[in-house]
Design a protein around this ligand. Structure first.
Ligand SMILES: N[C@@H](CCC(=O)N[C@@H](CS)C(=O)NCC(=O)O)C(=O)O
Length: 212
């Protein structure tokens, strides 16, 4: 059985857990704390980020690679057209490279000296407005079925809202995104992905994901 090193609140780990759920894959899950990473995790992936998925024959330690590993064995997403595939790649890159950068400086402005909270908040908003103008007005980004783009970026948008929910709810240029986020947070998929586990210790009994 695969072993997944994970951290409940990490948006990269969330997207990996959702892909694993959609793929009906069972694994042993090891909840970690970023300040106290297990030795075994660092042995198999010295870069020290979660998620890390240990398979029989290899280690996958990038969240998008974990999603792509699930996709390679099971068709977990509705099919998309060329335009949607382009948007998917475009926005995943923008979120991983830009949105996350500004989100960290908005959310944790005290940790980053000189970070101008409003500037970083507004840079994220610009990306969201761009997304808003590229998507349909359905349950998920491309329609009624969940897709790779949904699980890849919604965990970050959720964090953005959490930084200041009142301000977020007042934004009028991201109506579709606000609706999308609400239905994402309420979805069974997300709730299952957020199951709470105790922190793993090398001598504790294995626990499994999804939880029984
Ligand atoms: N590119 C990586 C990023 C993963 C990442 O940065 N995860 C954060 C937690 S949200 C982490 O493990 N940071 C290490 C640390 O803070 O020590 C991926 O997509 O898996």
């Amino acid at each position: 059985m695969p072993i997944l090193y994970s951290f409940k609140r990490c948006p990269y780990a969330m997207r990996a857990r959702m892909a694993i759920l959609l793929g009906n894959i069972s694994c042993e899950i090891r909840e970690i704390r970023l300040k106290n990473k297990p030795e075994h995790m660092l042995e198999i992936s010295p870069k020290g980020t979660v998620p890390v998925l240990l398979l029989k024959d290899r280690v996958i330690d990038e969240s998008m690679d974990i999603i792509n590993w699930v996709v390679a064995q099971k068709s977990i997403f509705a099919s998309t057209n060329e335009e949607q595939n382009k948007l998917t790649e475009h926005f995943i890159t923008i979120f991983d490279d830009n949105f996350k950068y500004h989100l960290d400086r908005y959310k944790y402005s005290t940790r980053y000296h000189d970070a101008d909270l409003e500037h970083h908040r507004d840079e994220c908003l610009k990306i969201l407005i761009d997304l808003e103008n590229s998507i349909s007005n359905n349950k998920w980004i491309f329609g009624d079925e969940i897709n790779k783009l949904d699980i890849s970026i919604l965990p970050f948008i959720r964090q953005y809202k959490i930084a200041n929910p009142i301000w977020f709810d007042a934004q009028q240029k991201i109506i579709k995104i606000k609706k999308l986020l609400d239905s994402f947070v309420e979805s069974k998929l997300f709730q299952k992905a957020m199951h709470k586990y105790d922190v793993w210790e090398p001598d504790t009994k294995p626990v499994f994901f999804p939880a029984e």
